[in-house]
Design a protein. Structure first.
Length: 471
């Protein structure tokens, strides 16, 4: 049984109730401590401000200049109030970054879980349920002498006896014809194979005397339904005497041959293979007609001939003489391989840092109000949310191409005039679009380096040369 994947360890996931409650309690503690700190700091500033104003009144009445420490405190208080004017922006950015981190960590966990489920499904189609038909065996018994030692009255005695030993004879030729149709198992939501099996085996007694043999043909492993199972010898039906016993006795004289025909219909897992048990194959031919699309050969044993027929594919393996195949080979339904896993989780974990860099570039490029910052933050994380789920259906690069165009079209409205609009576009390309591209393409280092160079170049041109002043 495959393990249940629970996502990335030690990463916050707000879909888990216990983590959500713990996160809420931490927010309450931090908010309370921050409120106490701000109240205490405000009280200290109020006392300092009252003291400065009192000294100014006293110095004015005495026609004296205020002391230098008083001027320094006054300047510090004025700087503090300037910072306090920008404090709502800082709080809003922190809230967006913190909330965005928990949102992105949750999405990264969910996406990682979804990727592992895809890998598990693909692995199940390759190494899960299957119909495996073993090659038949021609068994006979011989009596061989053997010696063993026993103790009698304290003395070691040599005892000669006989034992019955199983021997096996190679099959002279095999001609197998398999027709495979694919259906759907509604309960498991997976494919099942309906196999029509016909085979002809030739057996030649290569011993120097007549011998009793057993033709042992086991039904396919992994079947859910087996019907119309028949074994014939030279056109004569061989009855199955004991239930579950698939050994059919027959006798051949020295040099004589016999032909066995085996037919059955079976249903089972989404793969059919033939197992030669590592034995040598001579004059072997296996033809498998897969009446469905995306059929491919299993175990890497390349067919002698592959031919498309109507809605399916016919695979043919022909081995003339002295060939040993170690692995079972046959047909399975090919699926799209899972490539480049882990790209979206990595992107989502780094997304809050990308957002912080983008919002700083916007602050240096255009004048932003609190409403603008809130809308920009919502736009950024909404684009990432759309990218996360849209990439499950289409290629992630195509998805981000479409989303980034929408993002640039909306950011155009940040500026009040054409120059400010262009500044917002350049800042978004350098701080938002290109870094995301750098995290989803193969050459991440080069792309991120270009994004950083473009960002620094834009800020230098914007502020040093005043080509596009903030308005």
């Amino acid at each position: 049984m495959y393990p249940q994947f629970q996502g990335i360890p030690n990463l916050p996931d707000l879909t888990h109730p216990n983590e959500l409650l713990e996160f809420g309690s931490q927010i309450m503690k931090i908010s309370l401590n921050l409120a106490i700190f701000m109240a205490f700091l405000g009280l200290v500033i109020a006392v300092i401000n009252f003291s400065i104003k009192r000294r100014f009144r006293e110095s004015g009445s005495l026609h004296e200049a205020p002391e230098e420490p008083t001027l320094s405190l006054q300047q510090w208080v004025e700087n503090y109030f300037r910072i306090l004017d920008k404090f709502p922006h800082l709080v809003l950015v922190l809230i967006l970054v913190t909330g965005g981190f928990f949102l992105c960590s949750t999405l990264a966990n969910r996406y990682h879980h979804w990727e592992q489920q895809r890998v598990q499904q693909v692995a199940a189609t390759v190494s899960g349920d299957r119909l495996e038909q073993p090659t038949p065996r021609i068994r006979y018994t011989v009596v061989e002498p053997y010696i063993y030692y026993n103790w009698v009255d304290g003395k070691q005695v040599k005892v000669e006896s006989e034992q019955i030993v199983n021997r096996y004879m190679a099959i002279a030729s095999s001609n197998i014809d398999v027709t495979i149709n694919q259906s759907t198992d509604v309960q498991k939501d997976s494919a099942i194979y309906i196999v029509d099996f016909k085979a002809e085996y030739q057996v030649v007694n290569q011993l120097k005397q007549a011998q009793d043999f057993f033709f042992e043909f086991n039904p396919p492993y992994g079947y859910t339904l087996l019907q119309n199972f028949k074994v014939e010898k030279d056109g004569q039906l061989l009855p199955q005497i004991n239930p579950g016993d698939y050994g059919f006795p027959f006798r051949l004289g020295a040099g004589e041959s016999a032909t066995f025909q085996v037919v059955y219909k079976a249903q089972g897992g989404p793969r059919w293979v033939y197992d030669s048990r590592g034995e040598s194959l001579a004059k072997f031919q296996l033809t498998a007609l897969a009446n469905f699309s995306k059929a491919d050969f299993a175990s890497g044993i390349i067919p002698t001939e592959t031919k498309n027929e109507r809605n399916g594919t016919r695979f043919t393996w022909v081995f003339e003489d002295n060939v040993s195949v170690r692995n079972p080979f046959g047909v399975f339904t090919a699926t799209d391989s899972v490539k480049n896993t882990g790209i979206l989780p990595r992107l989502l974990l780094l997304a809050p840092a990308v957002f912080l860099w983008w919002i700083l570039l916007l602050y240096f490029s255009v004048n932003l109000s609190l409403r603008d910052v809130a809308i920009a933050g919502g736009l950024f994380f909404a684009c990432l949310l759309t990218l996360t789920y849209l990439s499950r259906s289409i290629d992630v690069k195509l998805a981000w191409s479409m989303i980034s165009l929408v993002m640039l079209a909306l950011v155009w409205g940040l500026g009040k005039n054409k120059s400010a609009k262009l500044a917002a576009i350049v800042a978004t390309i350098a701080g938002g679009v290109l870094p995301i591209w750098g995290l989803i393409v193969t050459y991440s280092g080069i792309t991120l380096s270009l994004a950083g160079l473009l960002s620094v170049t834009w800020l230098a041109v914007h502020h040093w040369y005043q080509i596009n002043p903030k308005t």
